[in-house]
Design a protein around this ligand. Structure first.
Ligand code: GTP
Ligand code: MG
Length: 188
């Protein structure tokens, strides 16, 4: 058996799994971002994962997305939102309608998981950007969400996206644990 000195950090054998979800219109690049980011050694048909270090501890990000045009989307969306700890609200920087529709995505997200932390993600930043960055930033700030630019094509901003999602998910997990502890204390 391996031993560790007091200065070395023992690897956590089973890092906690945090479910994060990607939302947004058809073809904005949700699945492409996941393909870019997910760790490669996955079994076929498994939920894509990414191992991330947040504040010195490893976590497994489970990356979920759905195609909103799937006939069964409405049937499965409750399950899709269940247990999520953070969301990426993705739009396409070259498609104004995909940006305007983010409001609907945010409304849907809030109706299933009130107070779920989110990040506004302008994907396809490698393409001609028809949406002014300042407008997006203003909208995101008005809802207290960070805004990031990514390209699943070139990889720009993608690592940063997973780090930020892991950070938000970890904070949300702590917030929920504290709330549960407080509830137990109240009903004791
Ligand atoms: N130029 C460019 N193309 C991208 C980028 N991300 C995705 N694409 C392309 O956009 C198209 C749609 O990408 P998907 O990843 O399938 O989009 P999606 O959001 O998963 O779409 P649905 O599953 O149908 O909702 C594909 O042809 C991708 O190659 C990007 O950052 N830059
Ligand atoms: Mg997809």
């Amino acid at each position: 058996m391996e031993t560790y000195t007091s200065t070395s950090v023992a690897p956590v054998p089973n890092p906690p799994a945090y479910k994060v979800i990607l939302l947004g219109d058809l073809s904005v690049g949700k699945s492409s971002l996941i393909r870019r980011g997910a760790d490669a050694n996955l079994l076929f048909d498994a939920i894509p994962e990414k191992l991330i270090t947040v504040d010195g501890a490893n976590v497994r990000l489970l990356l979920y997305d759905l195609a909103p045009d799937q006939a069964r989307y409405r049937e499965v969306r409750e399950q899709f939102y269940q247990g999520a700890l953070a969301a990426a609200l993705v739009f396409d920087m070259s498609s104004p309608s995909s940006f305007f529709n983010l409001m609907h995505w945010r409304d849907e997200m809030q109706s299933f998981v009130p107070l779920l932390p989110g990040i506004v993600v302008g994907n396809k930043c490698d393409q001609f950007q028809v949406i002014p960055v300042e407008e997006v930033r203003g909208w995101a700030e008005s809802l207290s969400m960070p805004f990031m630019l990514t390209s699943a094509e070139t990889g720009e901003g993608v690592d940063q996206l997973w780090i930020e999602l892991a950070r938000l998910a970890s904070q949300e997990r702590q917030r929920r644990e504290e709330r549960q502890r407080a509830m137990r204390w109240i009903i004791r």
